[in-house]
Design a protein around this ligand. Sequence first.
Ligand SMILES: Nc1ncnc2c1ncn2[C@@H]1O[C@H](COP(=O)(O)OP(=O)(O)OP(=O)(O)O)[C@@H](O)[C@H]1O
Ligand SMILES: [Mg+2]
Length: 257
Amino acid sequence: MSTVIAISGKGGTGKTTFAALVIGYLLEEGMVPVLAVDADSNSNLDMALGVDLGSTVGAVREEMSEKVRKRQLPAGMAKQDLLQMQIEQALVETKDFDLVSMGRAEGPGCYCAINNMLRVFLDSLAENYRFVVVDNEAGMEHLSRRTARGVDVMFVVSDPSRRGLETAARIRALARELKLEIRKIFLVVSRVREPVGGDLERSIESTGMDLAGVIPEDEQVSRLDVAGKPLTELPPDSTAVEAVRNIMENVLQEVKS
Ligand SMILES: Nc1ncnc2c1ncn2[C@@H]1O[C@H](COP(=O)(O)OP(=O)(O)OP(=O)(O)O)[C@@H](O)[C@H]1O
Ligand SMILES: [Mg+2]
């Protein structure tokens, strides 16, 4: 059984950074193999992890529907087999983790039968991994698309702003309202510039959410970002890396119990 970790939150709060650091932690601890899923159509988890993206599931899906339209499917080949082959093509494999990027969001030309088949395949693919880490699109739409199901831990990432934290609380409320199968939902406050206290502490409390931890604004993260370098180059004593290590140790303990 794999542990599925999903990461959500408002735009630009540090979701992808957090996802990459969570994956870095799992690799460091030998909690492998890991499947990284970039579910953001404007994907950049590949860059954060320092891998080259081949194809995306979106592109594969396009190709597939094109073939269906033009009746170009090889005779005798079941659609499902062809699709599975193509999904495998969209998977970037490295020693300890694989990455699959969803690519473009479902548009007007969406091919629902194929999307459903894809979900089935991703579900079965997930079983091959010890951890699956999903970096979601900003906002709440992915929740209503119900791709967040069978999730063990959802981290809702917020910046320290009041509005950001209110959005985090709304995301949790919607997840509950939709009765999504999410075992635990935690708040993560990222890019924190000063010790937590006063107004920030009150804003965090008013979300009513379980705080997994805060991640300080880390100059080394900014520097790599500006240089277009992957976060895998962060030294182990970076404050962000240390914060994520603490968060993961506590959360994994809680999830196990
Ligand atoms: N702890 C941190 N310290 C310094 N900079 C950070 C930190 N976390 C994130 N950033 C920076 O903030 C910006 C947004 O981060 P990131 O891309 O992770 O956010 P996101 O929530 O995934 O954004 P989007 O909604 O666009 O997907 C990036 O420039 C990133 O380098
Ligand atoms: Mg992102």
